[in-house]
Design a protein around this ligand. Structure first.
Ligand SMILES: NC(=O)c1ccc[n+]([C@@H]2O[C@H](COP(=O)([O-])OP(=O)(O)OC[C@H]3O[C@@H](n4cnc5c(N)ncnc54)[C@H](OP(=O)(O)O)[C@@H]3O)[C@@H](O)[C@H]2O)c1
Length: 227
């Protein structure tokens, strides 16, 4: 399996590199030129393609021949960074490749997610302030996912809960809609978010799904299992 990781130098990306290497996958890592040093510890085990992740030529080169593409969708700036990245992956990835994208619970595929008033208020406030400062454009991450949902490619959009650091607890559990009882704890270890992304590459049941994930050891996941 040859896997391209777009955004490989970030926290989520570095965990995904680790999980892919431990499975024996060949890894092509895309990251900003100024962040290449963050991958020094694995430099001799992966191919690094430096460049902005919304640069279409960078993505075209990196995804060529890859069986899977793991994309960290981040809405930096207000120049369409997320949607540019997603569009380049959709345009240039191999036709049969598994395409896995990361985002948060705020993305909804079918509009049937049930959010708390607090969640909606926080999202609106953070989104407004970040856009005003031209720092982050959450709407562009929404647009990126809308483009993914509209294709018939073999995609999965993994929607992360609130994240925390710590050792792996195991593969997160998931549900189709935020608001479902299993997700109430709203906490996942970042290392396990990455584990789910890598797992999705080989789980055909997740094709054209947008799983909302939560840690498998959280209270809500355990209550759901009856353990
Ligand atoms: N943080 C959360 O609580 C949370 C919750 C749910 C879902 N998620 C999702 O998880 C994914 C990763 O989130 P994360 O918080 O763990 O972040 P992360 O893995 O640290 O990723 C941040 C990425 O953004 C890049 N980046 C940073 N500043 C940038 C800039 N100015 N311009 C362009 N790229 C820049 C980083 O690259 P460099 O290495 O080059 O800096 C890195 O690849 C995202 O899809 C997010 O929506 C996050």
């Amino acid at each position: 399996m040859k896997v391209c990781i777009i955004g490989a130098s970030g926290k989520l990306g570095q965990y995904m590199v680790q999980h892919c290497l431990s499975r024996g996958y060949e890894v092509v890592a895309v990251c900003r030129a100024q962040s290449v040093a963050k991958l020094d510890h694995v430099r001799d085990r992966i191919e690094i393609v430096p460049g902005p992740t919304d640069d279409r030529e960078v993505i075209r080169h990196a995804v060529a021949g890859c069986d899977g593409v793991l994309t960290v969708l981040v809405p930096w700036g207000v120049q369409g960074y997320s949607s540019g990245t997603a569009q380049a992956v959709l345009d240039f990835a191999e036709l049969e490749a598994r395409l896995i994208f990361s985002c948060g619970w705020h993305i909804s595929q079918d509009g049937h997610d049930r959010y708390s008033r607090l969640f909606i208020a926080m999202l609106a406030t953070v989104g407004w302030v970040a856009r005003l400062l031209r720092f982050v454009d959450i709407d562009d991450q929404v647009e990126a996912c809308r483009r993914v949902f509209a294709t018939d490619r073999r995609w999965t959009v993994v929607r992360g809960s609130d994240l925390e650091e710590g050792e792996s607890e195991g593969l997160p559990v998931w549900s189709r809609h935020v608001g479902d009882a299993i997700l109430v704890s709203n906490r996942t270890r970042r290392i396990d978010f990455a584990l789910f992304m890598v797992h999705a590459l080989t789980d055909d049941a997740l094709i054209q799904e947008a799983p909302a994930i939560v840690g498998c050891q959280t209270d809500s996941a355990r209550r759901f299992r009856g353990t």
